[in-house]
Design a protein around this ligand. Sequence first.
Ligand code: AMP
Ligand code: ZN
Length: 479
Amino acid sequence: MSQILLHNTLTNALEPLVPVHPGEVRIYTCGPTVYASAHIGNFRTFMFQDVLRRFLRSQGYRVLQVMNVTDVDDRIIQSAAAAGIGIREYTDKYIQAFLEDIDALHIEMPEELVRATDHIEDMVALIEKLQQKGLTYTSDGSIYFRTAKFPAYGKLSKIDVAGIQAGARVDVDQYEKENARDFALWKAPKPGEHFWETRIGPGRPGWHIECSAMSMKYLGDTLDIHTGGVDLAFPHHENEIAQSEAATGKPFVRTWLHAEHLIIEGQKMSKSLGNFYTLRDLFAKGHKPSTIRFLLLSVPYRRQLNFTEDGLTQARNSTERLRNFVLRLKTAQFAAGSSEEIVKRIEKAENDFDAALADDINTAAALASVFDLVRDVNTAMDRGAFLQQDAPRAIAAMEKFDNVLAVLVDDDDEKLLKLGFGASKQRISSEQVEALIEERNAAKKRRDFKRSDEIRQKLTDSGILVEDTKDGSVRWKYK
Ligand code: AMP
Ligand code: ZN
């Protein structure tokens, strides 16, 4: 296993990954709050986590990833009440939609996807532990963490804690970003609100305790990696550290990774600003799952991703380019033999790809190594320097890259159809395509260009991409 460097928010430095359990990386991911559909900003962060886990696996690590689903918070309680249904019922449909979305994007399922409302007992037990250590106080039936009792408070976000006022506390789930305060571990029920009857009284958990309780339950007291978007570093992750380390006396997380935001017209895409697209909004506009996947993974996670129509077009073209390259490798005729030079070139690309990802998951550099290879091999093919036995070697390299990228297999239509999109697209069988191409060849031969153009148009309208190659043969594929 080669050394993997990751930028740890805690130390603000690139550090080698050294898992607690050799050979296995344990990752906790703050998952969606399911009061509405996730937007593509959320998926930017989830995509980074997917690339991370795919890369770790490609390097021979086992991955144990836990993602939580926040299925209880102020907004969920209010929205469920407004809809006149329970919070489980209200959140079920958004969880279902989330699962469908990650499937469409080829985001792998974490080993554990856990709901907050299934872990109330674990949270109560953790709060009791903090109570026994004298780190909490109760006010109006709610239980708060006494931030001033945890001297390391602020070490993740480097927030200035000098201004923390003893007893100043915050109750709501929408936190201010600047002020460090005592935060609620357990919230007393408001009239008409959903609550649990527990040993620490009636109420519901605060948001932060959920992640501390569930991460340590499944991954142990010290996790290898904890991830989320940059907006979660403070106060959410800072509070997770306080609760967890105060309870166990051990370091909670070795490496904190935070993904920068996806922005649109200069602003963070967010539900509250209303400037968001869901995945389905983009599908409805005709964009493919693979295009969105490519776009989301193409910008390294510590750089903001500026979402534009242009970016979508480029992502689509890039994906097409990779798919066409593999099609050419699989269908073109090459002279017998193998070329040492080509094999060396492929190995270089493989090494560059891994080295880029081992450098803090630099996806842009990893993609550059793939596209450089595509360019060089295409050139070699054009000048006859690429030989028959080089093709399986090049295909194997592309498949290796695709273990991380996951855009080569053209199942866009299938994914879209599953979600009720694209069903209207007229799909013709491969036999029909072959027959039309033959007819077009014949038309060209007799110089009936009107007819050959008509056939080409018909193929295009049916979603078929036709490519006339230099050697006179014709390649085609479903778009
Ligand atoms: P939420 O559903 O709001 O709890 O967010 C789920 C994940 O998406 C968290 O890790 C957030 O930090 C992340 N997130 C929210 N908005 C964006 C954005 N515009 N760009 C990238 N990540 C985001
Ligand atoms: Zn969390």
